[in-house]
Design a binder for this molecule. Structure first.
Ligand SMILES: NC(=O)c1ccc[n+]([C@@H]2O[C@H](COP(=O)([O-])OP(=O)(O)OC[C@H]3O[C@@H](n4cnc5c(N)ncnc54)[C@H](OP(=O)(O)O)[C@@H]3O)[C@@H](O)[C@H]2O)c1
Length: 253
């Protein structure tokens, strides 16, 4: 049954995905195509995988195009996103790019650590400001950010975690800056998602799937939520951990 408070355009007709080969983003996109989405732009580093992702969405009936986008080249973001917005209104921008890095290796190679941070944080700040301005100019739209449950530092992935924590605070602030402009910013905080990129990691408790993230994103859009945890129970865990002593966090690893 439809939520009576749901705005008529809660789900997008047109969608721009930054990080067009992301497994989670593609699950979200498939879900939105099944509901309402007809036009999709997949932005990413040009590759066969990007073209195959576009082809798979065309097979579902969505008019899908690709556009070159590199998070590590902020100087190109204006032109890359401008090209998409020039073609017509974009109802939703999904920021999905990100790299996990290799914590043990990156601790010994600061240049690699910086690349993780520049991709996940600096690249997102640049793309987020460009997308936010474009959405504000058209007067409507959602900006959905795939963040992470990274409020507390963890010994095992604090380089990635710190970049995601920065991204999360940035996205919250952008949401406040755009409040009242018709643009809705939604921060999505998944826990451990079983994907190709996490396949070699031991599964964490409360592990979830790309499809579950997609379901939560759809619900969040319908409710115009500002924050979405996946699974929902993670919010309670994060709340308990928020004040946990450092010594306990170290033991949790
Ligand atoms: N999987 C999890 O457990 C999990 C949990 C919480 C949050 N997240 C976040 O959710 C998002 C999607 O994750 P995923 O599991 O779907 O990962 P994924 O399948 O590895 O997708 C990552 C995406 O980032 C893109 N990317 C990497 N560097 C880029 C760059 N310099 N410029 C443009 N695009 C770049 C990749 O493009 P290429 O094809 O060019 O490499 C790919 O499209 C990420 O931000 C991740 O941090 C994931």
């Amino acid at each position: 049954m439809k939520d009576v408070c749901e705005p008529p355009t809660a789900l997008p007709r047109s969608l721009l995905v930054l990080g067009g080969t992301s497994e989670i983003a593609l699950a979200i996109t498939r879900r939105l195509i099944a509901r309402r989405t007809r036009t999709v732009w997949l932005a990413g580093r040009p590759s066969l995988a990007l073209e195959q992702a576009a082809e798979s969405l065309r097979a579902l009936g969505a008019d899908t195009r690709t556009v070159a986008f590199d998070a590590l080249d902020p100087g190109s973001h204006d032109a890359a996103l401008g090209k998409v917005f020039a073609e017509g209104p974009v109802d939703m921008v999904l920021l999905a790019f990100g790299v996990l890095g290799d914590q043990a290796h990156d601790e010994r190679d600061p240049a690699r650590a910086v690349q993780v941070v520049q991709t996940n944080y600096t690249g997102a700040v640049s793309a987020g400001l460009v997308a936010g301005r474009a959405l504000q100019s058209q007067g409507h739209g959602s900006f959905v950010v795939l963040s992470a449950a990274a409020e507390r530092a963890r010994r095992s992935d604090f380089i990635y975690g710190s970049s995601k924590a920065g991204l999360d605070v940035f996205a919250q602030g952008l949401g406040d800056a755009l409040h009242g402009t018709g643009v809705h910013v939604m921060v999505v905080r998944p826990g451990f998602v079983r994907t190709r990129r996490t396949a070699e990691r031991p599964p964490a408790s409360l592990a979830t799937t790309p499809e579950a993230v997609a379901t939560a994103v759809e619900l969040g859009l319908r409710r115009r939520s500002e924050t979405v945890w996946v699974p929902g129970a993670l919010r309670l865990v994060a709340s308990a951990l928020r004040h946990a002593p450092r010594a306990l966090m170290r033991r949790l690893g």
